[in-house]
Design a protein. Sequence first.
Length: 325
Amino acid sequence: MLRRSRAVGTPKAAGKRSPVARLGKVAGLVSLIALGATGCSTDEVLRFGWPEGITPQANRMREFWTWSVVAALIIGVITWALILWPVVAHRKRGETLPKQFQYNHFLEWIYTGIPVVIVVVLFYFTATTQNYVQAETDNPDVTVDVLAFQWNWEFDYVGYRNGGAEQKPAAPGDTTVRTIGSSAEIPLLVLPTGRTIEYKLHSRDVIHSFFVPEFLFKRDVFPRPEKNDQDSTFQNRIDKQGSFVGRCAELCGTYHSAMNFEVRAISPDLFDQYLKLRTQTNPDTGKGYTAAEALTKMNCGDLCSPTAVTTKPFNTDRTARTATK
Ligand SMILES: [Cu+2]
C-alpha cells in the first residue's frame, strides 16, 4: 500500500525539527513581519483598529476591547494548537485509531468548565463597562438637544439667558442657541472639554444614528423616543480639544452619506465665550451671532475655524457624474 511504503521509506533524519516546531517558527515570523510592516506603535496595535478615544467612557470601552481581543487571541492560539497538534503530529500513525478519550469525566468537566468561566468573565466586564458608559448624573454641566432630520442635524443649547454663559433650566425669555446644518454647510457641535455633557437625541422623521468615532459610541436617534420607549439621552466628558467628525450611522435615505457634522471641542473658557456671543446680537448683521461668526470673532486659531475641517458638504446634485470627496 502506498501509505505504508511512504511511512517506511521516510525515516526521521537525525536533528530534523518536528513539523509543529517548524509551523510555530513560520507563524512567529509571519506575525513579526506583519507587525513590523504596519509601522504601528504599541498603543496603536493594542487598539486593534479602533480610533483613539477622547472621553473617559471611550477609554473604558477601549481597554475592555483590548483585553477581550488579547484573551480571544490566547484562547484562539490554544485552540488552533489543539487542532493542529493531532492533525500534524499524528498524521503518519498508520491505520489504527489514536487513543480514545470519550467518557472521560475529568476532561468533560474541563471543556465544559473553561467556556463557562470565559462567558462569566466576559459578561462581568461587559456589564460593568456598559454601566460606566451609560451612567448619567442629575446635573450635567451642558445639555444639547440633538435633532436629526433627513439629511442633516440641528443642535440646540436650551436655557441660556441673553448674554450669559451659564445654562439654567429652560424658562420664558431664554435664548435657544441653535446650529442647523444645510447641504452647503456642515453643522458645528461646539462643546467644552472637562465638563459633563448630556446629549438628548430625537429625530424629526426616520431613524438616524448619532455617531462620533472618537467617542467610540453611537446611539440610534428615534422619532418620538418616549413613545418608542427608548433611552434617548447619554452623557460623556471630552478630554481632548480638537475637531472630530460626526456621522449618521443608520441608513436613512438618499443623502444618508452626506449627513455629517463636526464636534469642535474647546476649553471651558472658550466655550463660555462662544455661548455668550451666540446669545448676543452681531452688530454687523443685526441678528444673533451664528456659529461661524462667533468662532471667527473668537479668533483662536484652528479651534475657531468657522467651517468644518474634518469633512465637507457633499455634492447633492444627483445628475453630477463626478463624486466629491
Ligand atoms: Cu441619518
